[in-house]
Design a protein around this ligand. Structure first.
Ligand code: TXA
Ligand code: MG
Length: 345
């Protein structure tokens, strides 16, 4: 594990990390969204290694990370005009585009699909690493399958120590949730995973953007378009329920449940905003930040879910958060973590 600030890139470390990737090894690295588990995207062996290290099903495709727009042409069949416009506006940044793949991209990287996910991260360490690796780094989030995505290097080490050649520690991820994914291969541009870049922002560039119908409700009958969204990614060890209603009703409901559970010797937890510990009578209370600050909630959510696991909390209640801005992505991840269990009070 090597510490490196974005503002002080160490060329020697980057060259060494690039060599590892070019020789088929794995390097975990920081991005603005979450940490990535990198391998050479054009080397099928590297993609197999990524799946093995994560314990991830190999039908769940990887995102190829590039550092320069010039790199895009080699891995896609064509670059549609809408992709150029989105790239101009949002790259480098937390946006992943799905395009038709070229023959250069192995099916091991795309989970057997003829389409490929591409993103250009803004994090400088990530981009220098991608260049040193030859330009194409496949990188899923650097967690073991089934754990929350890592927002700090210590969580990468927790999940993957001994399974990767190097972890670059670039501090806390400033966004904290994975990139927005937009599919540009169907009739209409469609958001497959909400993120920091919202559908409204995409519509400023593309006029009309759809959203996959499986994102905010349990639509088990319908297959989600991003294969990864079908897996119960973010399930904490404890039983998680989201509670929605006025603040008074939510507090009363959660406190009543926690009282009952305490009598049964169950360890309880609450995820809320603002000053939660004065309000709730749970064993462990955690705040995602000020009420209405969705960006703070995005930054804190995965850390909090991991802490509940570490503290062996058995039953967890979460306040429902506002879905404006990045709040929609926060609620998408929280709903998935809760298996879509929501109490309206
Ligand atoms: O912010 C991010 O995107 C992070 C950082 C490391 O860049 N990466 C990330 O990768 O979240 P991962 O593998 O955890 O999530 C990739 C998602 C999965 O849900 C996968 O199914 C979807 O992207 N995906 C990848 N290729 C796809 C494709 N060709 N068509 C549809 N969905 C695809
Ligand atoms: Mg992931």
């Amino acid at each position: 594990m090597i510490r490196m600030e974005e503002a002080h890139i160490d060329g020697t470390v980057i060259r060494e990390a690039g060599r590892i990737l070019r020789e088929g090894g794995l390097v975990a690295f920081p991005t603005e969204t979450v940490y990535g588990l990198g391998g050479d995207a054009l080397n099928p062996q590297s993609s197999r290694k990524i799946y093995a290290a994560k314990g991830r099903p190999s039908d769940n495709p990887l995102i190829i990370h590039i550092a320069d727009l010039d790199a895009l042409g080699l891995i896609v069949r064509e670059i549609p005009e809408c992709a150029v416009r989105l790239a101009e506006r949002f790259w480098p940044g937390p946006l992943t585009m799905i395009l038709h793949k070229s023959e250069r991209v192995p099916y091991e990287t795309t989970g057997g699909l003829d389409t490929v996910a591409v993103r250009m991260p803004v994090n400088r360490t990530a981009r220098e690493l991608i260049r040193a690796a030859g330009g194409y780094v496949a990188a899923p989030s650097a967690n073991r399958s089934g754990r929350p995505s890592p927002t700090a290097a210590r969580y990468v080490a927790e999940d993957l120590a001994g399974r990767v050649e190097m972890i670059i520690d670039g501090g806390d991820a400033p966004i904290g949730l994975e990139s927005t994914i937009v599919d540009l291969t169907s009739d209409r541009p469609t958001v497959l995973r909400p993120g920091y870049i919202t559908r409204q922002q995409l519509e400023e560039v593309l006029s009309q953007v759809e959203e996959d119908s499986t994102l905010m409700r349990d639509d088990s009958g319908q297959a989600p378009k991003a294969p990864g969204m079908k897996y119960r990614h973010y399930a904490p060890k404890g039983d998680l329920t989201i509670v929605r209603g006025t603040q008074e009703a939510v507090t009363a409901y959660i406190n009543a449940r926690c009282q009952e559970l305490k009598e049964k010797n169950k360890k309880t937890g609450v995820i809320g905003s603002g000053a939660v510990s004065g309000k709730y009578h749970a064993d462990v209370c955690k705040s995602v930040g000020e009420r209405g600050d969705e960006e703070a909630a995005a930054r804190e959510l995965y850390r909090i879910l991991r802490e509940f696991d570490d503290e062996c909390v058995e039953v967890i209640y979460a306040e429902a958060f506002a879905e404006s801005g990045v709040g929609r992505a926060v609620m998408n991840r929280l709903l998935k973590a809760a298996g879509y269990r929501v109490e309206e009070v």
